[in-house]
Design a protein around this ligand. Sequence first.
Ligand SMILES: NC(=O)c1ccc[n+]([C@@H]2O[C@H](COP(=O)([O-])OP(=O)(O)OC[C@H]3O[C@@H](n4cnc5c(N)ncnc54)[C@H](OP(=O)(O)O)[C@@H]3O)[C@@H](O)[C@H]2O)c1
Length: 333
Amino acid sequence: MIKIGTIGTNWITQRMVEAATATGEYELAAVYSRHEDTGKAFAEKNHCQQVYCSLNDFMSSDQFDTVYIASPNVFHFVQVLETIQHDKNVIVEKPAFMNPRQMQRVLDELTLHPQVRLFEAARNVHMPAFKAVQKTLAKVHQLAGADFVFSQYSSRYDLVLAGETPNVFNFKFAGGALADLGIYPLYDAIGLFGLPIKQIYYPTMIAIGADGKGTAILHYADYDITLNFSKISSSKHKSEIYAGRDIIAIDNGGEFTEAKLITPDETKVISPKYVKNPMIPEMTDFANVLNHHDNPEIQRQYQAWLQLMQQVNETLNNLAVSAGIHYPDQFKE
Ligand SMILES: NC(=O)c1ccc[n+]([C@@H]2O[C@H](COP(=O)([O-])OP(=O)(O)OC[C@H]3O[C@@H](n4cnc5c(N)ncnc54)[C@H](OP(=O)(O)O)[C@@H]3O)[C@@H](O)[C@H]2O)c1
């Protein structure tokens, strides 16, 4: 069993615990919260005995080997670094890091802890539909670009309109649409098409100083890919990949639950709708890596995810900089 300790007690951690439990590979061993009551309530709900309110004590614990980090974005870098230094594996929520300097610092630390594995919880690239699209892409011709869309009105935007500054829209915590929902279509594009030659981001800024929505254009040698994402409006647009007369249609660039190949003659479902907890596929993939250190093929796949994480991080930074966005950085020399 992989023993997990968690940071962050919001709904996403609850969903991860349910997914992890469903795989049969993990056990929740400890919970960290800044507040004892919150930590205890979360732990009790999930039949866990151990709650820490000191991050130092949590990190030093030998009751778990893997940490799941779902704190506000700005804290990820320092918490990941500390976890690796304590020789524990890390599953960190997206975006793992806010710039390439943070990413490189973490990669350097990983070389000192060769048994430790690091994962970014970009659940879309672990979905069966994503893997089916990858296989289908290898067979189509005349690739002509793609449009990936992920727009969901956030209930927390209602709080912004009421005069509050929730973390997810708080630039101080590296909030905003690009760093939040934007990561998913970015993973779609780079996971399927590789690094772009150049990129530009056109954000729609909201009054409290974060990007509420935006359009990013990734330029490749033979085509462009557009990414549309929003937390202040919704969209029911499908995501599509264009290949001559054929279209690969994905229900949603963020969720990636279902994919079809549409040709002039037929519409073929290449991956049927995934209806279970959407974190199960990623937690299954991560368990596979953690449980098979001696399997070269699985570890090569892990290295490929690490490389993808680095490419997404680089492009995220380039997009932000292209729009004059400079996220706060907790990196200290
Ligand atoms: N994969 C997905 O589908 C998905 C979905 C949603 C969010 N996320 C990611 O998960 C992460 C957390 O997002 P969220 O919306 O849950 O964030 P959040 O509600 O702002 O904070 C998450 C947790 O961090 C702790 N926290 C809150 N404010 C803090 C502060 N000022 N200083 C230190 N800790 C603080 C809280 O736990 P305690 O009070 O217990 O300490 C809270 O439960 C983000 O990176 C986000 O991108 C991923």
